[in-house]
Design a protein around this ligand. Structure first.
Ligand code: GDP
Length: 446
């Protein structure tokens, strides 16, 4: 990709990197080395706010922007305050933070203050230990492990040492698009799906029916799909494709209605409420839909409707919960759309589930969980130790785990996934985990 190609593309929002660190650690030299003339597309984008300068850059075809978060620091007083302001600013504005430290100088008070703040960051943080000009100094770089931000990258801005490795890691961790900010956020979107006659329309009427403020809106994407915008006390929510929900199945058959159409609705939603007939339990079709929800990366809530008809309530509930474990341990709610029982629990549970689907976890916490999991159950010997883990995206939460000689076996991957799910309350939320084994010695490191 050449500079001019990039220049003429429409300016889509790019993921943002903030490079921070105290003075004299070699930030500018490193920035030039990493994103230097050839790779940097040298024009300044006027930032959204006056005090932000963004420079566009690219590596291996991935484009991103570098944000300069230094400008606004002049007001901060004292080392602690300065560090805090710098870190906060980066956390607020960037999708990835590169903390530059000086390996020759060792850990300073300011490095410590920055790291302390960054350990709570919910975006990936990488540590570049600069001025490692020779192999002998690699040990100095390793000392920065104690900052609690994962394994430091030993680099030399002067000689270009390991710059390629660091850039590779950066682009691996970058999300495709910048984080959603408050201004781009839309109302929570729910899809009510399930087989015919399980009670979808009845439940929808309970959730919205009496409310005069329901607004129906054509979705535009799917022909004849009509969304319902419902005012809840916490704000408006959207039920996607209510028409699809009501439409008789006879037209095109059960399969089309409940799977194909549901899939379209699920694709436009944050959370899918999969309605089951509680008396019947999971049918093959219900499982199919549940798998679509998880496959599409949407959060899943299982709603066992017609609960009023269930006789052996304890056993039925236990069986439903047991099977839910194969669907991201989705919560199982019990309702009767007929009597209205249990329905009031759905709105808060749905909003909570949606919140967790969009959640971010600080890198230090992710690392802690993965390290603790390995202490309790070591990875198979041939797979090797997992070194560094971080969340790289949300909606659904996606994690990248580095280290080891190869990806662990499926059983171990499930173990890690369940651990992350349990610790971060991600029940009902699909969790994506990508493994990036260590490169073999003698591999590329340009
Ligand atoms: P949909 O096809 O999924 O939209 O299902 P409907 O909402 O049209 O409901 C199908 C039938 O089940 C209707 O006769 C409803 O009265 C009945 N129904 C819905 N929910 C319940 C419930 O919780 N308990 C009982 N006993 N019947 C219900």
């Amino acid at each position: 990709m050449t500079g001019s190609d990039v220049h003429h593309e429409p300016t889509l929002p790019l993921p943002r990197i903030a490079v921070i660190g105290r003075q004299n650690v070699g930030k500018s030299t490193l920035v030039n080395r990493l994103f230097g003339r050839r790779e940097t597309i040298s024009h300044d984008l006027p930032g959204v706010t006056r005090d932000r300068v963004e420079v566009e850059a690219a590596w291996r075809g991935r484009r991103f922007s570098l944000v300069d978060t230094a400008g606004y620091l002049r007001t901060a007083q004292g080392v602690e305050a300065l560090a805090r302001a710098q870190a906060d600013r980066a956390i607020e504005q960037a999708d990835l933070i590169l903390l530059v430290v000086d390996a020759q100088a060792g850990i300073t008070e300011e490095d410590g203050a920055l790291a302390k703040r960054l350990r709570g960051a919910t975006v990936p943080v990488l540590v570049a230990a600069n001025k490692v000009d020779t192999d002998r100094e690699e040990a100095d770089a390793a000392a920065f492990h104690s900052l609690g931000l994962g394994e430091p990258f030993a680099v030399s801005a002067m000689h270009g040492r390991s710059a390629g490795d660091l850039l590779d890691r950066i682009v691996q961790l970058l999300p495709d698009a910048p984080r959603e900010t408050a201004t781009t956020a839309v109302e929570p979107r729910f899809a009510l799906v399930g087989r015919p006659n399980v009670g979808k329309s009845s439940l929808f009427n309970r959730l919205a029916g009496q409310d005069r403020s329901v607004v129906f809106e054509e979705a535009g994407t799917t022909r004849d799909a009509v969304d319902a915008l419902v005012e809840w006390p916490d704000g408006p929510v959207r039920f996607v494709d209510t028409a699809g929900m009501r439409r008789a199945t006879k037209l095109r058959g059960v399969e089309y209605y409940s799977v194909v159409r549901a899939t379209q609705a699920i694709g436009r939603a944050d959370v899918a409420l999969l309605l089951l007939d509680a008396e019947q339990g999971y049918t093959v079709e219900d499982k199919k839909i549940a798998n679509v929800v998880i496959g599409e990366g949407r959060a899943l809530m299982l709603v066992a409707n017609k609960w009023d008809l269930v006789e052996d309530k304890d056993d039925t509930y236990a069986a439903l919960v047991q099977t839910a474990r194969q669907f991201a341990s989705a919560p199982v709610m019990r309702t009767s759309a007929k009597t209205g029982r249990g329905v009031h629990r759905l709105p808060p549970a749905l909003l909570d589930l949606r919140e967790r689907w969009t959640s971010r976890v600080p890198t230090s916490k992710v690392n802690e969980v993965v390290q603790q999991a390995q202490r309790e159950r070591p990875t198979p010997r041939s797979a090797g130790t997992l070194h560094y883990a971080t969340q790289v995206a949300t909606s659904p939460p996606s994690f990248v785990i580095f280290g080891g000689a190869r990806e662990p076996d499926p059983a171990y991957r499930r173990y890690i996934e369940n651990r992350l799910r349990r610790t971060f309350r991600l029940e009902g939320v699909p969790v994506r985990v990508t493994y990036r084994p260590r490169k073999r010695r003698g591999g590329t490191s340009r």
